[in-house]
Design a protein around this ligand. Structure first.
Ligand code: NAG
Length: 357
């Protein structure tokens, strides 16, 4: 037994080393050959490897499992899918809203549903969160789930699966969602600004992703979520006014596209599509647009001009299949950011808006 534990430790150490090394290589090696892009999918991790001799070495995501609710809430995924599909059929923009909500959740304190907490001073109440939508969708799903399997399913898990189903509804890939996250009990409005706002430089974006265990490839891939969705004109105002005197800007912007945006954005409260060509289809046009200097947000267009991210954009634009398969991998990684899993961590919230009394 001792020997077995020992070899498991060894394998885990090797895996840990490989993972860290992989991240560093991806971070520094700007000439990523396109075919080596695929990262290790989550499914290689063994959720059942809860050897008692290794309680502290397992990374948190190893406590997640795609069968976590198999007996305790067998209808969970059906409930979420039905609700999400109904909402998106009524209002297509719900899809992007849910995906964005999931990203904002995972970006601050990990995927712990902290963004859903609705009390004075919470992330959700912060100024930078005021364009977030979709809270009522999650509430509706949670209410149904509580009816069928009370006190069993975390809000963080619901939000993660809802984001997957929203992607599938707009033509994105399907992937298995590992479950078992706990809900956090802390949410601070002052932390909400940590989420990229669309005007950061690439170094800041890379650092933001790396501090959450995500690499440069994940950054470029997850930015590809902008193949659907919209942004308020307010957030691109500086980009538009920068060109008043036809000063050449960095990053550059296509002149026709700029003129279109100026018309579209007469008011700050108007919206512009993040994917200028195929805004309702999940495809790799987002990257093609960047090559044509038609990226909406500063943080979109910069991915094409920065030497660390440009080769990945160039690889993805002509290879929609590569984007689709890698997207599923990066989304699973996003869903594993800074998890609360252990017995004494977090809770299963009864109502996603409030910490349990
Ligand atoms: C990028 O942004 C960070 C954070 O705002 C800032 O500290 C840094 O100076 C910027 N880097 C460049 C090259 O502009």
């Amino acid at each position: 037994m001792k020997h077995r534990c020992f070899s498991i430790v060894f394998i885990l150490l090797v895996l840990a080393h490989v993972t860290v090394f992989d991240t560093i290589v991806l971070a520094k090696d700007v000439k990523l050959p396109s075919l080596k892009l695929k990262a290790t999918p989550f499914s290689k991790a063994k959720p059942h490897s809860r050897s008692p001799c290794l309680p502290k070495i397992l990374p948190p995501q190893d406590y997640l499992s795609t069968t976590y609710y198999l007996t305790s809430c067998p209808d969970l995924e059906g409930i979420i899918q039905n609700k999400i599909n109904a909402w998106i059929q009524r209002d297509y923009t719900t899809a992007a809203s849910i995906i964005r909500l999931h990203f904002h959740d995972c970006a601050v304190r990990g995927c712990d549903a902290s963004i859903l907490l609705n009390h004075a001073g919470s992330e959700r109440r912060a100024e930078v969160s005021k364009t977030l939508r979709g809270f009522e969708v999650i509430d509706e799903i949670k209410a149904e789930v509580e009816k069928r399997c009370p006190k069993t399913v975390s809000c963080a898990d619901i939000l993660t699966a809802a984001a997957r189903d929203a992607m599938v509804m707009v033509g994105g890939p399907f992937w298995e969602v590992p479950f078992g996250r706990k809900d956090g009990t802390i949410s601070h409005g002052r932390e909400a600004h940590m989420v990229p706002q669309g005007h950061e430089n690439v170094t800041a974006l890379i650092e933001f992703f790396q501090s959450r265990g995500l690499n440069i490839l994940d950054l470029v891939i997850l930015s590809g979520s902008h193949t659907i969705g919209r942004s308020t004109c307010n957030s691109i105002r500086p980009r538009l006014s920068y060109f008043k005197n036809t000063v050449m800007a960095e990053p550059p912007i296509d002149v026709k596209y700029l003129n279109f945006l100026k018309k579209q954005c007469r008011r700050d409260s108007n919206y512009a599509n993040l994917d200028a060509t195929t805004p309702t289809t999940f495809d790799s046009m987002y990257y093609t647009n960047l090559e044509k200097k038609r990226g909406l947000l500063l943080t979109d267009q910069l991915l094409h001009s920065d030497a660390r991210t440009a080769p990945i954009v160039a690889a993805l634009a002509p290879q929609p299949q590569l984007f689709i398969s890698q997207f599923a991998v990066s989304m699973v990684k996003l869903g594993n950011v800074q998890l609360l899993t252990g017995k004494n961590q977090g809770e299963i919230r009864r109502n996603c808006n409030y910490v349990n009394p």
